[in-house]
Design a protein around this ligand. Structure first.
Ligand code: NDP
Ligand code: 2IT
Length: 446
């Protein structure tokens, strides 16, 4: 890391000593940027990095709602409006008991670079709450969403800040949030993405992150004389990203042998039956252990991290941050894994990422590989502005093209700046950063 980046990182550590996830994401980014910073000494003069790592605005608010027993509950709501250098703030809302500012700032920082890589005009933001939708009735979820939006509506807008889904926020939550926004403001506009198809949603948005991940992997594997077809794949998680990564991987001829949720994983050596997973997870909102009860020959193991002990060619972590640690990376390499694609945001710890790169495992970083979701959100915004709905085929073709473009940007930047032409971590960070940096330089100190 060069002196400038290291001073900025030390400043962040001093100011945010307890924000471990945020410091982890900032460390990875700042380490990667050294060769680009050396080429652009003018960035230091303009305090560009100091401004880049500091969110433009952080909103924190109380979210009171009444549960089914008539008891008042209070959650914390947040929106981190990180960067509007290249477009309106854009990024998801996470609903999970672990949500805090460290997590939302790490996600927001990643989102700036990810959104830049899509090539579309979207800035970076993230938000959410420590509310846990798990085990809540539809009415409780609606009460929470309406209360959350009753504060958030004044800070967002189709050209200001456009939230979407993330962990715990799916089409049900987006529907309730959208209804409340419309009711308060009287405006029918593309203020949220991931909407239902009957009220302004885009075809392919539901599938986009998982499909996009597989498109990215296809590009990366092809460039390195490998392919998805015929590969054995392990996917962690069984939510939106994992399910559609599995669907596309199967369509492309891979065999998926394991999936998980936060309670454990199922291993099905004959190949995961995706219709059973969809029934349990999307329809019944159940637990993955149920799969082993329904599919003979499969088994369930308590605890999700041991999923990486299953031998595979390709690993797709699609659950949450830091789910793949050094021990898991060692197990993957031992099991013959030659490629890892991050469907989740920052699922791989720094030591695990370093180890995988060192061992020559092809590594697709999340901010590049999972950008298909937000890219399709931007396509949803475009359709909303145009008052048009594109066909599944049209949106899917655009998604494919965007993912190929992201791979090319990451690969070109790796080739120009990194010691190793397949260091897509460095490539993605530099390519994403330079576009935003250019816009910030053009717009003066702000
Ligand atoms: P979902 O809520 O649909 O699914 C999350 C999945 O991950 C569930 O299987 C969940 O299990 C598991 N999980 C969540 N938290 C933990 C945890 N602490 N430990 C172990 N497992 C956990 O979320 P998404 O699929 O939308 O998101 C998954 C990841 O992908 C996140 O990192 C998200 O930021 C990222 N992402 C999402 C995009 C999107 O468009 N949705 C776009 C780009 C990235 P359980 O049900 O037991 O909690
Ligand atoms: O992490 C992500 O990119 C998302 N959760 C999707 C954000 C979006 O605005 O579609």
């Amino acid at each position: 890391m060069n002196d400038y980046a290291s001073r900025v990182l030390n400043g962040l550590k001093a100011r945010n000593p307890h924000e471990t996830e945020f410091l982890q994401a900032a460390t990875e980014m700042l380490c990667s940027l050294t060769p680009a910073l050396e080429k652009h000494p003018e960035f230091e003069q303009a305090g560009l990095l100091e401004r880049f790592v500091e969110p433009e605005r952080i909103l924190a608010f109380r979210v009171p709602w009444v549960d089914d027993r008539g008891v008042t509950q209070v959650n914390r709501g947040y929106r981190v409006q990180y960067s509007s250098a290249i477009g309106p703030y854009k990024g998801g809302l996470r609903l999970h008991p672990s949500v805090n500012l460290s997590i939302l700032k790490f996600l927001g920082l990643e989102q700036i670079l990810k959104n830049s890589l899509t090539g579309l005009p979207i800035g970076g933001g993230k938000g959410g709450s420590d509310f846990d939708p798990k085990g809540k009735s539809d009415r409780e979820v609606m009460a929470f969403c309406q209360s959350f939006m009753t504060e958030l509506y004044r800070h967002i807008g189709a050209d200001v800040d456009v939230p979407a889904g993330d962990i715990g926020t799916g089409s049900r939550e987006i529907g309730y949030l959208y209804g409340q926004y419309k009711r308060i403001t009287g405006r029918y506009e593309g203020v949220l993405t991931g909407k239902g198809l009957s009220y302004g949603g885009s075809l392919v948005r539901k599938e986009a992150t998982g499909y996009g991940l597989c498109y990215f992997m296809q590009n990366m594997l092809a460039a390195n004389k490998r392919k998805l077809s015929g590969a054995t794949v392990v996917i962690s998680g069984s939510g939106n990203v994992a399910i559609y990564a599995c669907e596309k991987a199967l369509e492309l001829g891979a065999k998926v042998v394991a999936m998980s949720d936060s309670s454990g994983y199922v291993h099905d050596p004959k190949g995961i039956q995706l219709d059973v997973i969809k029934q349990i997870k999307e329809v019944e909102r159940g637990r993955i252990r149920e799969y082993a009860r329904r599919v003979p020959g499969s088994d369930f193991t308590e605890g999700s991290t041991a999923i990486w002990n299953i031998p595979c060619d390709i690993a797709l972590p699609c659950a949450t941050q830091n789910e793949l640690d050094l021990e898991s990376a060692i197990a993957l390499v031992r099991g013959g894994c030659y490629a890892v694609g991050e469907g989740a945001n920052m699922p791989t710890t720094l030591p695990a990422t370093e180890y995988l790169l060192e061992k020559g495992v092809l590594f697709a970083p999340g901010k590049a590989a999972n950008a298909g979701g937000v890219a399709t959100s931007a396509l949803e915004m475009t359709q909303n502005s145009m008052r048009l709905s594109w066909s599944f085929c049209d949106v899917d073709a655009k998604l494919k093209e965007i993912m190929a473009g992201i791979f090319e940007k990451a690969a070109d930047a790796a080739e120009s700046y990194a010691d190793c032409a397949t260091n897509y971590v460095m490539g993605a960070n530099i390519a994403g950063f330079l576009k935003v940096a250019d816009a910030m330089m053009a717009q003066g100190i702000c």
